[in-house]
Design a protein around this ligand. Structure first.
Ligand code: NAD
Ligand code: MG
Length: 392
């Protein structure tokens, strides 16, 4: 019988790869709902191609255009947050959560209620609401399957043993477009240069996070919540070829690792089905053709966002929530050309240190997390508006 699936963030980079996986296995999936942000036409087109029952657009103003674009198809539609939440809550075997940023938290959280499988790409949900989100998932009986390539690889590698026997779980980073650049050149880099990812083709926010290595920092926090591993058992390794995505070192000295060509369709297919394994008609990994794989330690001096995220993970409490919020605001300002590259880490550091003086507890619920997130955003915006010349 066909599995029902809902896609949150259907018009994005992960959404498009998910569509490819579904279209390659048309008879295996029935699409319940698709959700998009602002582009009504793009969403209507995905909904038509996938034969979805319902399409929801976050932007309320685009509701009319969506309805018109879907007229005569029998596909129901809605616009605004209530429609997005309705789409997320509809009964489905799998909900693929790929809205970008913290905007994904409420819809992803709403999707837990039906107690199915969540194929989770939206790492910001876990960084913002961490323990509270995971506790709600357990309570609802929802299974979280990581889509993020490193976590998907770790999930497979971790199946080789018991959590208590894990000495270290390592996620790899390509190092981003500035891996070999000197600090002065990075300092002057434009958002366009930062978006030129050497390996992956992704959405704009995660592209910038990959250039600062904040993405890897967020992923450490994500791994902590997904796999119940403390900061002392988590590490990052730079691996420009992006073939080995995650490694688990066991207490007997053995290492299990997850390898694949860098194509998000691989972890997406895995997260949709897990142990059953969907057959995928993709190029196969040919290690002899690649010849050599290289690894190096990340340089936290040139990429301070990584150390800030490590410190946030270590500090715990509400600091990861605050780090994530400040980062989103700073990345937005950088993309708008308002601040320089190193002002991103500067803003994150200053906002985190302002809040750490207050010693906030970890968010007790998703709404609590969103309230802290809002406060931290306001602090970051205020810092940016203060026209502090060191932030340019
Ligand atoms: P993207 O920007 O390409 O797509 C984001 C999607 O979310 C779009 O469909 C957009 O319309 C939708 N959206 C934006 N705001 C919304 C809102 N308020 N309500 C509803 N929908 C909204 O981003 P992406 O690269 O596909 O990344 C999505 C998520 O997956 C991110 O959390 C990212 O960190 C994670 N991720 C992406 C990749 C990748 O290769 N692209 C890899 C690992 C993890
Ligand atoms: Mg990743």
């Amino acid at each position: 019988m066909a599995h029902s699936i809902t896609i949150l963030g259907a018009t994005g980079s992960i959404g498009r790869s998910t569509e490819d996986v579904i279209l390659a296995h048309r008879e295996e999936f029935r699409v319940e709902a698709v959700v998009g942000g602002r582009d009504a036409l793009a969403l209507a087109n995905v909904a038509r191609r996938l034969g979805a029952s319902f399409a929801a657009l976050a932007d309320e103003g685009g509701g009319g255009a969506l309805k018109e674009a879907l007229s005569g198809t029998g596909i129901q539609s809605g616009a605004g947050l209530p429609a997005v939440l309705e789409a997320a809550e509809r009964q489905a075997d799998v909900v693929l959560a790929a809205i970008s940023g913290t905007a994904g938290l409420r819809p992803t959280h709403a999707a837990l209620k039906s107690g199915g499988r969540i194929a989770l790409a939206n790492k910001e949900s876990l960084v913002c609401a961490g323990a509270a989100f995971m506790a709600d998932a357990r309570r609802c009986g929802a299974e979280i399957m990581p889509v993020d390539s490193e976590h998907n690889a770790l999930n497979q590698a971790l199946a080789a043993g018991r959590n208590g026997d894990v000495e270290k779980a390592v996620i790899t980073a390509t190092g981003g477009p500035f891996r070999t650049w000197p600090r002065e050149r990075i300092a002057a880099a434009s958002a366009k240069e930062a978006s030129a990812h050497p390996v992956w083709s992704m959405g704009s926010k995660i592209n910038i996070d990959s250039a600062t290595l904040m993405n890897k920092g967020l992923e450490l926090i994500e791994a902590h919540h997904l796999f119940d591993l403390g900061p002392e058992r988590l590490d990052v390794l730079v691996h420009p070829e992006a073939i080995v995505h995650g490694l688990v070192q066991w207490r007997d000295g053995a290492v299990t690792a997850g390898l694949a060509l860098p194509d998000m369709k691989v972890p997406i297919a895995n997260a949709l089905r897990h142990r059953e394994r969907l057959p995928m008609d993709l190029p196969r990994l040919d290690l002899a053709a690649i010849g050599r794989l290289s690894f190096e330690r990340p340089d936290e001096a040139r990429f301070p966002c990584l150390s800030l995220a490590k410190a946030a993970l270590q500090a715990g409490g509400a600091i990861p929530t605050i780090l994530n919020a400040a980062n989103e605001i700073a990345v937005g300002a950088y993309m708008a050309g308002q601040i320089g590259f190193y002002a991103i880490s500067e803003v994150v550091e200053r906002v985190c240190s302002t809040f750490s003086r207050g010693g906030l507890d970890a968010p007790s619920s998703v709404s609590d997390a969103l309230a802290i997130d809002e406060e931290a955003r306001a602090a970051a915006r205020q810092l940016l508006a203060s026209a502090d010349s060191t932030l340019r």
